[in-house]
Design a protein around this ligand. Sequence first.
Ligand code: KIV
Ligand code: ZN
Length: 432
Amino acid sequence: AAKYRAFPAIQLSDRQWPNNVISKPPIWMSTDLRDGNQALIEPMSIEKKLRFFDLLIKVGLKEIEVGFPSASQTDFDFVRRLVEEKRIPDDVTIIVLTQSRDELIRRTVESAVGAKRAIIHLYNSVAPVFRKVVFGMSREEITNIATTGTRLVKELIKQHPQTDWGFEYTPESFSTTELDFSKHICDAVTAIWEPTPQNKMIINLPSTVECSTPNIYADQIEWMSRKLARRDSLIISVHPHNDRGTAVASAELAVMAGADRVEGCLFGNGERTGNVDLVTLALNLYTQGVHPGLDFSDIDEVRKCVEECNQLPVHPRHPYVGDLVFTAFSGSHQDAIKKGFAQQKDGALWEIPYLPIDPADLGRSYDAVIRVNSQSGKGGMAYLLEQDYGLVLPRRLQIEFSRAVQAVADQTGLEITADGIYEIFSREYFEQ
Ligand code: KIV
Ligand code: ZN
């Protein structure tokens, strides 16, 4: 594998975030089987969930949200199968989501009993619009929902000491909530759970709907990270959605601002425009020389499995994995890449123009595609004539002929094949 380097950070005396590079990976949490699954046109069957779960294990995920067992019988049965068939490796923690309601919490705890390690993930919505429009409740009433739920989880898990239980609390719609209220409700939950530095709990701060620029979200995370009570006993998690198309940037800035953990989905599946894409985040780190601890050395296999389980295609230009991302169409790009490969030494710092990563590190390969259209230079059409018709054009003729080819391409707006190029050549030079 090649080596990569980060661009140096610019030190500004008035910068806000504690860090302006990421020097170690966050804790990754996959919510493919929960947030991702709930956004599918056709939710996954148990068989598909099992296949996806095995893939996540293979990639190296250690925290996997496996479902919403109180909301779906399939999810409940899936969790039971994972537990009863002992499919969860010892170093992997499953997470089960629940609303903060008595009967739903009981069912959720029941689903995970017997797992070696499980986290109960409790949430309730806290933003002003939910308090006013959806629930008609005051701040204190909303706080009571969270604290009552937390107390119940604490009491229920005591009855099942064979499982190593963890706890995660999400003030849903955090990023559109007043910060002082978010702090108030998280502190109230923390006071009941009583985490310690040895036994931390997770406070997950989502952009349930992404409504601001990434720097604003990062500022909110930094504020919480500085002000929350018992910070040394908390893992601060972020859960960015992608409504503005900036979830990856939001997650990266949030980690620089103090977040310890990121929740997302492979290739950015998830509600509406998706959850943050864990693959892009991980490989962005990788290309900066920080190993993400996740294995994408056969990225096509990962993509195939995810596409089949989700029944959603990955875009051909998706970072790192799309069909077209290691293909160069332009002659000048091809030339630069060719020179790069000729000089690249094994194991040396990766220095190939236009390729931010060695495709081989992902089990992919670079592909030069010679196509001629209105954007192409003389090189492409000369190459095709030589390759397909054995015609070698002298340099000056190439320049002259490329004008004729470009005129046709401009007129039609279409790509011109080798046969089309030969036809133009015959018209220009043979038929006079
Ligand atoms: O987006 C969100 O806020 C969620 C929570 C339920 C964690 O998915
Ligand atoms: Zn979500």
